[in-house]
Design a protein around this ligand. Structure first.
Ligand SMILES: O=P(O)(O)OC[C@H]1O[C@H](OP(=O)(O)OP(=O)(O)O)[C@H](O)[C@@H]1O
Ligand code: HPA
Length: 210
């Protein structure tokens, strides 16, 4: 990891800011109201997909107002990007969720981003096929639908994301930048600096192995 000896802040690494903290708050409020209405008699299990969703999940659940009775919150860990900007295609799940706690429940997955949709598809299948969830829907802050490898339409979308590698508000590059309070695009020089190529447009070749 780069030490901050240069005096360069994470903010300095942004090519541009796409969505400010205020933009994100406003979308959380809108989505929270929709979810509260749609799930008012469904006692949802809200399941954040870690690590990327930690900020969005925390803000979104406070906006699910009025909170449906029986709503419970849990998390599942899913990862496939490693230290690069391309999915490895191998989505690893880690969870201590008990299957009987999922069986028959209406699950609302919370994601920071749906990109290729490999992650959300793997998690959804696990919940439906192995845990017996009654239904699975997804609330994602960002939908980068141009890069889909699998067809998937999230039910609740904060923003449609351009085909660029974004960081902040939970989203990382090689585990850094997650704590920024906004979503921004990294300057290309940041990929070069770390010796890792930047994102390639879909259809341009093989995926990276991280
Ligand atoms: O639609 P996809 O192409 O599968 O990409 C989306 C997933 O990628 C990121 O997770 P990552 O594997 O980087 O792990 P992290 O949440 O710990 O950052 C992000 O948080 C999503 O879960
Ligand atoms: O654009 C992205 N940024 C960070 N993590 C991601 N995981 C999938 N796409 C992205």
């Amino acid at each position: 990891m780069e030490a901050s000896t240069s005096g360069r802040t994470y903010h300095d690494d942004m090519a541009r800011i796409l969505w400010s903290p205020d933009d994100i708050t406003a979308r959380c409020r809108v989505l929270g109201r929709q979810i509260a209405n749609d799930y008012k008699s469904k006692a949802p299990l809200v399941l954040g997909v870690l690590k990327g969703s930690f900020m969005f999940a925390s803000d979104l659940v406070r906006c699910i107002e009025p909170c449906p009775r029986g709503l419970t919150l849990d998390f599942i860990r899913a990862s496939s990007y490693g230290s690069g900007t391309e999915s490895s295609g191998d989505v690893k799940l880690k969870t201590d969720l008990k299957k009987e706690k999922v069986q028959g429940r209406h699950v609302l997955l919370v994601e920071d981003i749906v990109d290729t949709a490999l992650t959300i598809t793997t998690v959804s299948r696990y919940l439906l096929e192995e845990c017996g969830a009654a239904s699975v829907a997804t609330a994602t802050l960002l939908d980068k639908h141009e890069r889909r490898k699998l067809a998937y339409s999230p039910e609740y979308v904060g923003f449609v994301c351009p085909n660029e590698f974004v960081v902040g508000y939970g989203l990382d590059f090689d585990e850094e930048y997650r704590t920024l309070p906004y979503i921004g695009v990294l300057k290309p020089e940041c990929y070069a600096h770390l010796g890792i190529p930047g994102p390639e447009p879909v259809g341009s070749g093989e995926s990276g192995d991280e």
